[in-house]
Structures are given as structure tokens and as C-alpha cells.
Write a protein that binds this ligand. Structure first.
Ligand code: AMP
Length: 404
């Protein structure tokens, strides 16, 4: 049995989960987050079960202070000594072309992760703050990095190359990388368990960020995010796919800087841009039902973009066995799922209305006679990271092969 701490470090937050891993079995001993790091009003929280949540308001100037407080909170119950933590798994953003699987962190991994992190438009370094903090606070503990892009390293050139001068790829590493890989891999593995075969899956991770992935035989074949997580589906505040000339045109004609356009496309677009300020689908659904025309149009644009991806990836895969919905919107919005399934009726998809309203568990939401299965699978990136970290504590485990 091993205790694995999983950290997901953002620019102002650290989310964590402490797992007890034992072979194929696992238990969550505690989870929570440090919030508003470096901003006033910061706090640390911990839940050991559904009913109990500890919150401590404390000034957190940086990630080291935040993780120190997280460890202190864990010491108040789930562990008696930090020595009990066998390893720490970190969620990382960009692994570039360096990492097609999770790796034990050493200086070489850190150098490559820093270089790859620079490819991200926002907060590329935030993922590294957690590693720096653990290195300082728990210098002896084994640390593992799990990259959002690794799962997509199986894409072939035809899927990852952009049609721009080749030297942009060869010299400057500009290509499609894809993200949310840990989530897509997790739900594809869960779908394979549910159905009893790996097959051809289209995984729709629809949350604040959103991406769609074509998966065959457990491997990513194509994915909607690209060089950065700005590409592809419409997201909470990110634009997704747009004509590449649009940013240049805005800069030229509206006298805006690259940073200003970046902020517009990353933080003021997507659902937010289309609805003049709403980013949470719960609010947008409410506005939709009240007849707010912007909300109605935004939902139509979103569903249209999603079925375009599903259609394209069916062509790429040569068919589809199952469409998987996951993440905040995918798991919770029966409203969006119903609209998507209605548009895909021509495929012989038959929605089971009752199952579509179930929450919180992996569910098949189509009828037994539906030609394509539609599954809702709650994602669990933290568990995937804990499993990879646990596997790397034992020798000779090749993680990419684990999925095949
Ligand atoms: P995530 O990034 O996966 O945490 O997803 C967050 C997003 O999921 C929120 O911004 C909402 O748009 C959406 N969401 C969460 N809960 C619900 C719900 N009950 N109904 C509709 N959308 C939801």
C-alpha cells in the first residue's frame, strides 16, 4: 500500500488529492485546494468525506507557503508524518514532443518541461511551481510528472502537422499537440471496461476548457486542441477555432497589441464572448430558458461546433462505436447532450431520456437498439495521475503499454 499525493498547480491555486493505492484498488484519503495564492483572501481547504470540509483562511504568498499549509492540514488527520507520503504526482501542461508517458522527475525532465511549458500562451510555468515547492519541502520524495499532451503523442503526422512552412515545425516545434490527454485516456479506458472492447471512440471533454478526441484501440488519433489549448471547441472564455487571420486583422485595424488580442481570445471569447459575459453553462441554460437571444444563439453555435467535430472524427476513424461525454458540461448538462444526440439522430442514435438525467456515475444514455452508444463518464484525472505515479514506484512498468 502506498500513499500518493496528486497536485494540480495553477497560477493562483493548488488542487490536491491524497490517495491510498493498493494494486488495482484505491481510496481517496483527503482532497482540497489552496486558493488565491499571491492574492488577498487566500485559504486552504480539505475534505476527508462528503460531509466534512475544513477551511483555513491564511495568507499564502507563493506556492511553497500554499503546499506547506496543505501538508499541515493533511497532518491534522489523514497522515501523522509527511514521511508517510510515498510519492507526489504532478499534473503538467505541455510535454512537447518529449513525453509520451508519465515520467519520474529529474533535472533533465525539468529542463524539458520548462522548455515545453514556454509553448503555452498562459501560465506555462504554473505547473512547475508545485514541483519547486515539493522539492523544497519534501526533498527526498519521488516526484512524477503527468503531461496533458502525452496521450496525443500517438497522433500521426497527417493529424498533427499544420500546412505552414515545414521549418516552423522542424525548427520551432509548431504542430498540433493536444491537451486534456489524461482525461481522454481515463474515459476511454473506462468506456472499454463498460463495453468490453476498445473500438472507435469519440471523447468529448466539455468543461471550462473543451476538447474532442478521436480514439482507436486506446490511442489518440486526432484531437481538437492544437499547438495550444486555445484551438478547437468553443470554451468558457477561449475562442476555439477561428480564421487565423482574425487576430492579425484586429491588431492592424483596431490598434491592439498581441497581448491585448491574446487576452481577448483567451479570456473574453467562447461562451463569455457569445453571451456578453456568461461563462458558466448553468447560467446560460437559465438565460436560454428565459428567452435570452444571445444565450440561445450561443447554445446553437456550441452544439453546431461539437457535431462538426463528431462528424469529422467519424470520418477519420471510419465509423464510431461510442461517443463519450465528460467534464463539467459533458457530465452534468443533460440539456446539451440531448441537443447533440438530436442532431445525430441520422446515425441511428436513440437517447434514453431517463438515463440522460442520471448524475454522478458512468452511464450509457442510449437505448439498447441505438446504433451508436453514447456514454457519460465522470473524468478522474487525479486518479489517472495517482495510478501512473504508483506504477512508476515499481520498476519496469511501461505506462503507454498499460493502455493497450
Ligand atoms: P470543468 O472545467 O470540467 O470543471 O467544468 C466547469 C464547467 O462545467 C462550468 O463552468 C459549467 O459551465 C459546467 N457545469 C458544471 N456543472 C454544471 C451543471 N450542473 N449543468 C450545466 N453545466 C455545468
Amino acid at each position: 500500500m502506498k500513499k500518493i499525493l496528486v497536485l494540480n498547480s495553477g497560477s493562483t491555486t493548488v488542487k490536491y488529492q491524497l490517495f491510498l493505492m493498493d494494486g488495482q484498488k484505491h481510496q481517496v484519503l483527503a482532497k482540497g485546494m489552496a486558493e488565491r495564492i499571491g492574492i488577498s483572501g487566500s485559504s486552504v481547504s480539505m475534505s476527508v468525506d462528503e460531509n466534512e470540509k475544513l477551511v483555513k483562511e491564511v495568507e499564502l504568498h507563493n506556492h511553497i507557503e500554499a503546499i506547506k499549509e496543505v501538508l499541515n492540514m493533511l497532518l491534522s488527520g489523514p497522515i501523522k508524518s509527511v514521511e508517510e507520503i510515498d510519492a507526489v504526482g504532478h499534473r503538467m501542461g505541455h510535454g512537447g514532443e518529449y513525453f509520451d508517458k508519465s515520467v519520474v522527475i529529474d533535472e533533465d525532465v525539468l529542463d524539458k518541461a520548462r522548455e515545453a511549458g514556454d509553448l503555452l500562451p498562459l501560465h506555462g510555468a504554473a505547473f512547475l511551481y508545485g514541483i519547486d515547492a515539493i522539492t523544497e519541502l519534501l526533498p527526498k520524495v519521488k516526484q512524477v510528472a503527468t503531461f496533458d499532451s502525452s496521450f496525443h503523442q500517438s497522433m500521426k503526422k497527417e493529424a498533427f502537422l499544420y500546412a505552414i512552412p515545414l521549418e516552423q515545425y522542424e525548427k520551432h516545434k509548431i504542430r498540433r499537440y493536444g491537451f486534456h490527454g489524461t482525461s481522454h485516456k481515463y474515459v476511454a479506458e473506462e468506456a472499454a471496461k463498460m463495453l468490453g472492447y476498445k473500438g472507435k471512440f469519440i471523447s468529448c471533454h466539455l468543461g471550462g476548457g473543451a476538447s474532442v478526441t478521436a480514439i482507436e484501440d486506446g490511442k489518440s488519433v486526432d484531437t481538437s486542441m492544437g499547438f495550444t489549448p486555445m484551438a478547437g471547441m468553443i470554451m468558457g472564455t477561449r475562442c476555439g477555432d477561428i480564421d487565423p487571420y482574425i487576430p492579425l486583422h484586429i491588431m492592424k485595424t483596431q490598434n491592439k497589441t498581441a497581448d491585448e488580442v491574446n487576452a481577448m481570445l483567451n479570456k473574453e471569447s467562447g461562451w463569455c464572448g457569445l453571451t456578453r459575459g456568461y461563462t458558466d453553462l448553468r447560467d446560460i441554460e437559465e438565460q436560454y430558458l428565459e428567452g435570452n437571444q444571445d444565450a440561445i444563439t450561443a447554445v446553437d453555435v456550441y452544439v453546431h461546433a461539437l457535431i462538426k467535430y463528431i462528424g469529422a472524427y467519424m470520418a477519420v476513424l471510419g465509423g464510431v462505436d461510442a461517443i463519450i461525454f465528460t467534464a463539467g458540461i459533458g457530465e452534468n448538462s443533460s440539456f446539451i447532450r440531448k441537443k447533440v444526440c438530436e442532431r445525430l439522430k441520422f446515425l441511428g442514435i436513440e437517447l434514453n431520456e431517463e438515463a440522460n438525467h442520471l448524475r454522478g456515475q458512468a452511464t450509457e444514455i442510449t437505448t439498447p437498439s441505438s446504433k451508436v452508444k453514447v456514454l457519460v463518464i465522470p473524468t478522474n484525472e487525479e486518479l489517472m495521475i495517482a495510478e501512473d505515479t504508483y506504477a512508476l514506484l515499481h520498476d519496469n512498468v511501461v505506462l503507454m503499454e498499460k493502455a493497450s
